[in-house]
Design a binder for this molecule. Structure first.
Ligand SMILES: Cc1cc2nc3c(=O)[nH]c(=O)nc-3n(C[C@H](O)[C@H](O)[C@H](O)COP(=O)(O)O)c2cc1C
Length: 362
């Protein structure tokens, strides 16, 4: 018998089309789009689905524990919210809605530098939830320093430094739409920065204000904060090792959701080599195209400690605010629990590399 109270089965793949009519075209395209021909955007999703698993049997998987720690922060499941700019374009409650959903789900929201609500206000509104701050390193070092200090004094538990944006990728959809922040929204963390009064400045903001990050910048940031640091936007073993050598605790394997170098490899395809290179020297996280519990299992089996989701949180937010984001997270929790059980694993530690099937050379 169907339980009328049971949540409606939901496939995260469907969310984008449900959200589309709820958003202005330029906002939808900003959230959905990638760079160039969008080949990396598409491959991010496809690459996970190419990976086949070898489930175990003869395990009692009646009860499963998805909880883990990520850079010292305890989470109820290995699924975090990736930093995404401009939540105010998806819902009037903006980042406050997203943060409250993350807090209820007992997972981490990574708050973007480009949030529409100031980082202090997000922290005050959702005191129970763990938050990390995503830093765009600015050419202006004092601005950069103040962002880090503000995050630290507002209770953020880690800094995520995004390093794959020396320039913004070519976003053809945004160019076509002459994308600009709507008049009621602003980049709340950065006073005096572009507002809708000057949309052309917004389009160019990233390219002019963001630094082309070097390892010296990371060393400097390491010296000004005691928070753990994750470096986001790494796709190569040598870069991952360099991050750890300058004091980062984690790397996030990411191609920015296919929004930077079009033609960059899908994150699923490089995760194992980056994890192998990092070994026990740090933690490896991954994002890009994660859309199901099976994808979560694939990522953990390839060496990730946790995954982050980008666009699905935005679609949930657009559809039903905080409740919509919560539904996305709970759907992934349900799917991940089932995928653990069907793979023969009870804990994150039991998701090991032998679950990955590799075609034999015979
Ligand atoms: C609309 C949008 C805005 C984003 N804004 C940021 C940002 O401000 N900072 C950042 O580090 N990454 C940003 N990202 C990248 C995400 O953190 C993440 O790497 C990516 O969305 C993961 O892929 P997925 O959307 O397929 O899950 C953004 C991604 C999207 C789709």
């Amino acid at each position: 018998m169907n339980d009328p109270e049971a949540p409606i089965a939901l496939d995260l793949d469907d969310l984008q089309e449900i959200a589309r009519p709820l958003l202005e075209t330029s906002a939808f395209d900003y959230f959905a789009g990638g760079s160039g021909t969008e080949s990396t955007l598409r491959d991010n999703v496809d690459a996970w689905r190419r990976i086949r698993l070898r489930p175990r049997v003869f395990r009692d998987v009646t009860s499963v524990d998805l909880s883990t720690t990520v850079m010292g922060t305890t989470v109820s499941m290995p699924v975090l919210l990736a930093p995404v700019a401009y939540h105010g374009m998806a819902h009037e409650h903006a980042e406050i809605a997203t943060a409250s959903a993350a807090a209820l789900a007992d997972t981490i929201m990574v708050v973007s530098t480009l949030a529409n609500v100031a980082l202090e206000d997000i922290a005050t509104a959702t005191p129970g939830g763990s938050k990390w701050f995503q830093l765009y390193v600015h050419v202006d070092r004092e601005l950069t320093r103040s962002l880090v200090q503000r995050a630290e004094s507002s209770g953020y538990e880690a800094i995520v430094i995004t390093v794959d944006t020396p320039k913004l990728g070519q976003r053809r959809r945004d160019e076509r739409n002459r994308f600009a922040l709507p008049p009621n929204l602003r980049i709340a963390n950065i006073a005096g920065r572009p507002t809708a009064a000057d949309p052309s400045e917004i389009a160019n903001y990233a390219s002019s204000a963001f630094a082309s990050v070097t390892l010296e910048d990371i060393e400097w940031l390491r010296s000004i904060t005691s928070l753990p640091i994750a470096i986001k936007g790494v796709l190569r073993p040598d870069d991952a090792q360099a991050c750890l050598a300058v004091g980062a605790q984690a790397v996030i394997v990411s191609n920015h959701g296919g929004r930077q170098l079009d033609g960059a490899v899908a994150t699923a395809d490089v995760l194992a080599e980056v994890s192998d290179a990092v070994g026990d020297a740090g933690e490896v996280l991954v994002d890009g195209g994660i859309r199901s519990g099976t994808d979560v299992v694939r990522a953990l089996a390839l060496g990730a400690r946790a995954v982050l989701i980008g666009r699905p949180q935005v679609w949930g937010l657009a559809i039903d605010g905080a409740a919509g984001v919560r539904t996305v997270l709970e759907t992934l929790r349900t799917e991940t629990t089932l995928a653990f059980q069907l793979a023969g694993a009870r804990t994150n530690a039991e998701i090991t590399s032998d679950l990955i099937w590799a075609p034999s050379s015979r």
